[in-house]
Design a protein around this ligand. Structure first.
Ligand code: NAD
Length: 496
């Protein structure tokens, strides 16, 4: 099945049939490929090739670079079904989410095509007569992308589509848990680039490897920007290393996202939003809803309604019409069980969270999503456990709810359900949510590509995707031109 998909996507079988590193599908634990892990020397060779590609690509006019990305977006449209299904096999996403992830790639390609004609700089008023000041944006250099298992293709495309129109080559190290989808994206890219006369060789490359391969990208001064998506632990290692060599980094790390449920909230809407954002992708989104901060007047009702809704959620094979697929692996299942144990120890009342379908899938880890009523935001609640656990805590006044929203180390996404305009505005004001994303009457997950995506505090501070996130992929230059016959100095200084 997977081999047939890879074949239709144009992946050379030698890349996934001959390695020492086994790739397992979280759907049934079966082996779906074997890849070879690349050495540090091989990564360095790829970086050298990327440097060569940069020499040529930076000279190609930006709208022409956009044309390559447009063609890549077209290839994705043609292969959306196959790539989406491959995402399901490798990451365990349900059909809709696998397809949604590919759609996100198509969307960012469209965005980048438009952007390729809008890499605008400023014209600035000079204080000196006969002078002209402006800002120009130039290609930056090699962009290294390190990605996580849970968005095996979309995160790369957020970076790659922008990097390419900005004039940069890309070297991508996907998660060692999801290398096959990366090989498929790369095969599609190579096919498109081959027919594009201005594309130099090695404009986009994939490095298959684990942490060591990522470290080779991080350590190499020829990699101008490292965009790293993954756990806060990873970011804590990557960030200082890139900074120490004065490289640039975009860090997209763990989240611990909350919903404040106010007394005036539309509860029907809230139940649906909670279900999608807490249970979807089996709780394995960086933006998954992990904390429900419910007003005491609605807390008991929402918990009852959620329990009823959770009991009806279909858990099972993600390609067979279910709503919740598997966890990525046993490690993830064990971490979930440990968190639930800890929550009990901290006074939590646990509903759900048990392993499911073990007889049918002995080597895969399906779970019923858990709801845990907590007496407060204790240690376990402040930690991101990458599994479907929704902690529920109560609040009585709105200032306290905002304080609870902000009282965790992470700062990715947040939301408020209310029909009170004062609360809505306060939540999104300077004294409201401290997260990179603050929504009203929609859940914390499922962002569109048009906005800048990322978060504060231990989420790393990076922004990628839409808005002006492209600026991280270019270097800014301030230009002053003197078209007069004098040489006046700034600040009125005379130097005769
Ligand atoms: P992970 O940190 O285990 O791995 C992520 C990537 O980093 C992998 O490719 C891995 O090989 C690499 N890596 C690990 N240590 C490294 C090091 N020292 N140097 C260089 N590379 C290294 O994360 P994961 O389990 O794959 O993904 C889940 C995590 O990712 C969660 O914490 C989730 O919140 C986060 N995430 C964040 C975002 C976001 O945009 N903020 C998006 C998706 C996932």
């Amino acid at each position: 099945m997977v081999a047939a998909l890879l074949d239709r996507l144009g992946v050379d079988p030698s890349l996934y049939q001959q390695g020492e590193h086994a790739v397992h599908s979280p759907i049934d634990g079966g082996r779906i490929g074997s890849v070879r892990l690349e050495s540090r020397t091989e990564v360095e060779q790829k970086i050298a090739r990327a440097v060569e590609a940069f020499e040529a690509w930076r000279k190609v006019p930006a709208p022409r670079r956009g044309e390559l990305v447009r063609q890549y977006g077209e290839a994705l449209r043609q292969h959306k079904a196959e790539l989406g299904e491959l995402v399901s096999w490798e990451a365990g996403k349900i059909t809709q989410e696998g397809l949604g992830e590919v759609q996100e790639m198509i969307d960012i390609c469209d965005f980048a095509v438009g952007l390729s004609r809008q890499l605008y700089g400023l014209t600035i008023a000079s204080e000196r007569p006969g002078h002209h000041m402006r800002e120009t944006w130039h290609p930056l250099g090699v962009v290294g992308v390190i990605s996580a298992f849970n968005f095996p293709v979309a995160v790369w495309s957020w970076n790659a589509a922008l990097a390419l129109v900005c004039g940069n080559p890309v070297v991508w190290k996907p998660s060692e848990k999801t290398p096959l989808t990366a090989l498929a994206c790369q095969a599609l890219f190579e096919r498109v680039a081959k027919g594009f006369s201005d594309a130099p060789a090695h404009l986009s490359q994939v490095v298959i490897g684990a942490r060591e391969a990522g470290e080779a990208l991080v350590d190499d001064p020829r990699v101008a920007l490292v965009s790293a998506t993954g756990s806060t632990r990873m970011g804590r290692e990557v960030g200082p290393k890139v900074a120490a060599r004065f490289g640039r980094s975009v860090l997209e790390l763990g989240g611990n996202n909350a919903m404040i449920l106010a007394p005036s909230a539309d509860l029907d809407l809230a139940v649906r939003a909670i279900l999608f954002s807490a249970v979807g992708t089996a709780g394995q989104r960086c933006t998954t809803l992990r904390r429900l901060i419910a007003h005491e007047s609605v807390k008991a009702e929402i918990v009852e309604r959620l329990k009823a809704a959770y009991a009806k959620v279909r858990i099972g094979h993600p390609l067979e019409g279910n709503l919740v697929g598997p966890l990525i692996d046993q490690q993830s299942f064990d971490a979930m069980q440990r968190a639930l144990e800890q929550a009990r120890g901290e006074g939590g009342k646990v509903f759900g969270g048990e392993r499911q379908l073990a007889a049918q899938f002995p080597d895969a880890y399906y779970v019923s999503p858990a709801i845990v009523e907590m007496p407060g935001q204790s240690a376990v609640v402040c930690h991101e456990t990458f599994a479907p656990i929704l902690y529920v805590v109560g609040y009585s006044d709105f200032a306290e709810a905002i304080r609870l929203n902000n009282a965790v180390p992470q700062g990715l996404s947040s939301c408020l359900f209310t029909t009170d305009v004062r609360e809505a505005e306060l939540f999104q004001s300077a004294v409201g949510s401290d997260c990179g994303i603050a929504n009203v009457n929609i859940g914390p997950s499922g962002a569109e590509i048009g906005g800048a995506f990322g978060g504060e505090k231990e989420t790393g501070g990076g922004r990628e995707s839409g808005s002006d996130a492209w600026k991280a992929y270019m270097r800014r230059q301030t230009n002053t031109v003197n078209y007069s016959h004098e040489l006046p100095l700034a600040q009125g200084i005379t130097f005769d």
